[in-house]
Design a binder for this molecule. Structure first.
Ligand code: NAP
Length: 541
C-alpha cells in the first residue's frame, strides 16, 4: 500500500482505495482514508455530495431520526459548531449539513462528481480492483469500498402504459432539483410508505386536487416535529458525548431504547396510559422506546396496532375513508413504520381523495391519468412513492465481479450472502458500508455508518501491520453469519409480512430478511470481538 497523501488524487489511475458514493458513508470513508494516509478516489453519480439527501428532494422529505444524532460524531468541533433547527431535520437542512461537512473537512477534492461507477472487477494477478466508470475511466485500487446507500435504487413499478402518460411524472427518490409546481394541478400519488406519507400532506396543501392510490394501508405515528429552542440545543450540546455513547450501544442507534416492561405483563390501564403518554411525545420512541415484547409477540403487538387504528378512526372524519386507511392483517412496525406530520388529517381535506387499490386495482396508466377497475382518474401529474430495491439493489446494479469472474448479482440470486454485512466471500478487499446482513436500515444510519467505516479502517490497518494485502471472509464464517441473521429475524414478527426488508417489493427478488435485527449494540460488540480475535472469519493472503 502506498502511503501517498491524496492532495491531487483525482489524477491517479491507481490508488489504495476507491469509494463509491458521497452520502454520509462516502464522506466519512474519504475522511478516514485520508487520516490513514491511504491514497483514494471517490465517485459520485450526483453533481455534489448528499447521497440520499441529494436525491430525495420530494416535498416533506425529512429524517425520522432526531437531528442531534442524525449527524457525525467523529468531530467534537463539528458537533458543537452545527446547530439543527428542529427535532427532525428536513432534507434541505441535512443536505446543507453534508455540504458543510464536505467543505469543512475539504472532502470534495477526493470525489469525481457526475460519475457513475458501472463495473468493478477483481484482478487476481495484481490483487487489484479495476473500477470502471460510465464516463470511460478505469481506476485500479487495492480496496473497493461501497458507500452506495441502502435505499438508493429507485423502483418505478412496471405498470402497463407508463410511457403513455402525457404529464410530468416523478419518483420521490429521484426528485428534480427544480421546484415542482403543483398549484392548480390534479396530482396522483402511488404509494403510502414513508415517502408517500411525508409527501402527501404537503402536496395536498398545494395541488388543486390530490388522488392517493393506496395498495396497503400503513400504520404511522406522529413525528411532532418542532423547532429546537436555544436552551434545548445548549443542553443537547452539553450532553452530546453521553447521548452518542448511549446510541452506539442501543437497539436502534437512537437516544432511547425499549423499556424493560412487557406489554403483556402490565395492566390494560397502565398500557393505555403509557401508549398515550408516548404518543404525545411522538417519534419512533412511541414504538421502539416502548414495551420490549412489541416486536416479538403477536398479542403484545396487537395492543399497539389497535391503539394506532383507534387513533386513525378518531382522526379521519369520513368513516368509509377511515376504514380504508386502517392497516390490518400485519403487525405494526413489521413494514417500516413511518412518522408523519398530519398524514391522516390530510384525508379530511376536500381536495384529497383516496383510491383503495385492493377494491379497484390499477389496470393501466393512460395518457391522461390512471385507470383502475372502476374507471379513469384524470391527472396532470403523477408521483411514484413506490420505494426502492433495498440493500442489495444499489450493489447489484453495478457489475461487480470477484475471483474467477464471479458476479455479485449471480452469487446473491438466492439472497445476499455476507459476513457481518461488510464483506462477501469471493470478493477480496471489497468492503460494504451498511451492506445486507448489517443493522443499517433498522435504525439511525449515521450511527451504523460510523461504526462500519471505523471497523473497515481498523481491518485495513490490521492488514498493514500484518503485511498482508488481501482479506476475504471464509465460506464458513459467511454461512454462519447468514444463518444467525435469519434465526434472529425468525424470532421476531418481521418475516410475517411482505416488506422491502424481505425484498418482497421487487418482483422476482428472493424473500430473505436483509438487515441484521439483533440490535446496534449487540452487533457492535460482535464486530469488536471479531477484530480482537485478529478479524476472525477472514482469511488473509
Ligand atoms: P416503501 O416503503 O417501499 O413504500 C412504497 C409504497 O408504494 C407502498 O405503499 C407500496 O404498497 C406502494 N407500491 C409499490 N408498488 C406499487 C404498485 N405497483 N402499485 C401500487 N402501489 C405500489 O417506499 P418509501 O416510502 O420510499 O420508503 C422506503 C424506505 O425509505 C422507508 O421505509 C424508510 O426506511 C426510508 N425512508 C425514510 C424516510 C425518513 O427517514 N423519514 C423517508 C422516506 C423513506 P405495498 O405496501 O402494497 O407494497
Amino acid at each position: 500500500m502506498s502511503a501517498v497523501a491524496n492532495d491531487d488524487s483525482r489524477a491517479l489511475a491507481e490508488v489504495d482505495a476507491v469509494v463509491i458514493g458521497a452520502g454520509f458513508a462516502g464522506l466519512y470513508a474519504a475522511y478516514k482514508l485520508r487520516e490513514l494516509g491511504l491514497s483514494h478516489r471517490a465517485f459520485e453519480q450526483g453533481s455534489d455530495v448528499g447521497g440520499t439527501w441529494y436525491w430525495n428532494r420530494y416535498p416533506g422529505a425529512s429524517s425520522d431520526s432526531e437531528s442531534w444524532v442524525y449527524s457525525f460524531s467523529f468531530s467534537e468541533e463539528l458537533e458543537q459548531e452545527w446547530t439543527w433547527s428542529s427535532r427532525f431535520p428536513r432534507q434541505p437542512e441535512i443536505l446543507s449539513y453534508l455540504q458543510h461537512v464536505a467543505g469543512r473537512f475539504d472532502l470534495r477534492k477526493a470525489f469525481d462528481f457526475n460519475t457513475q461507477v458501472v463495473a468493478a472487477t477483481y484482478d487476481e494477478t495484481s490483487n487489484r480492483w479495476q473500477v470502471q466508470t460510465a464516463q470511460g475511466e478505469t481506476v485500479a485500487a487495492s480496496f473497493l469500498i461501497t458507500a452506495v446507500g441502502c435505499l438508493s435504487a429507485a423502483q418505478v413499478p412496471n405498470i402497463p402504459g407508463r410511457e403513455d402518460f402525457t404529464g410530468p411524472w416523478y419518483h420521490t427518490g429521484q426528485w428534480p432539483h427544480e421546484q415542482v409546481d403543483f398549484r392548480g394541478k390534479h396530482v396522483g400519488i402511488i404509494g403510502t410508505g414513508s415517502s408517500g406519507i411525508q409527501a402527501i400532506p404537503i402536496i395536498a396543501g398545494e395541488a388543486e386536487h390530490l388522488t392517493v392510490f393506496q395498495r396497503t394501508p400503513n400504520f404511522s405515528v406522529p413525528s411532532r416535529n418542532a423547532p429546537l429552542p436555544p436552551e434545548r440545543v445548549a443542553e443537547l450540546k452539553k450532553n452530546i458525548k453521553a447521548i452518542r455513547e448511549f446510541c452506539r450501544w442501543s437497539t436502534i442507534g437512537q437516544p432511547y431504547d425499549f423499556k424493560p416492561d412487557e406489554a403483556l405483563k402490565v395492566s390494560d390501564e397502565e398500557r393505555q396510559r403509557q401508549f398515550e403518554a408516548d404518543w404525545e411525545k411522538g417519534g419512533f420512541e412511541w414504538m421502539f422506546g416502548s414495551y420490549s415484547d412489541l416486536v416479538f409477540d403477536k398479542a403484545a403487538n396487537d395492543y399497539a396496532s389497535d391503539f394506532v387504528r383507534d387513533k386513525i378512526r378518531a382522526t379521519v372524519k369520513n368513516p368509509d375513508t377511515a376504514e380504508k386507511l386502517l392497516p390490518t392483517g400485519y403487525p405494526i412496525a413489521t413494514k417500516r413504520l413511518p412518522l408523519d406530520s398530519g398524514y391522516f388529517e390530510t384525508f379530511n381535506r376536500d381536495n384529497v381523495s383516496l383510491v383503495d387499490l385492493r377494491e379497484t386495482p390499477i389496470e393501466a396508466i393512460v395518457d391522461k391519468g390512471v385507470r383502475t377497475s372502476a374507471g379513469t382518474h384524470e391527472l396532470d401529474m403523477l408521483v411514484f412513492a413506490t420505494g426502492f430495491d433495498a440493500l442489495t439493489g444499489p450493489l447489484t446494479r453495478i457489475d461487480i465481479r470477484g475471483r474467477g469472474g464471479l458476479s455479485l448479482k449471480d452469487k446473491w440470486t438466492e439472497g445476499p450472502r455476507t459476513y457481518l454485512g461488510v464483506a462477501s466471500e469471493g470478493f477480496p478487499n471489497m468492503f460494504m458500508i451498511t451492506g445486507p446482513g448489517s443493522p443499517s436500515v433498522l435504525g439511525n444510519m449515521p450511527t451504523s455508518i460510523e461504526q462500519h467505516v471505523d471497523w473497515i479502517c481498523g481491518c485495513i490497518t490490521h492488514m498493514q501491520q500484518q503485511g498482508v494485502s488481501a482479506a476475504e471472509p471464509t465460506s464458513k464464517a459467511e454461512g454462519e453469519w447468514g444463518a444467525h441473521v435469519k434465526e434472529l429475524a425468525d424470532d421476531t414478527l418481521f418475516p410475517q409480512v411482505d416488506s422491502w426488508y424481505l425484498g418482497a417489493n421487487i418482483p422476482g427478488k428472493s424473500r430473505v430478511f436483509l438487515p441484521y435485527i439483533g440490535g446496534f449494540g449487540t452487533y457492535r460488540q460482535l464486530c469488536n470481538d471479531v477484530a480482537e480475535k485478529g478479524y476472525e472469519g477472514f482469511r488473509f493472503f
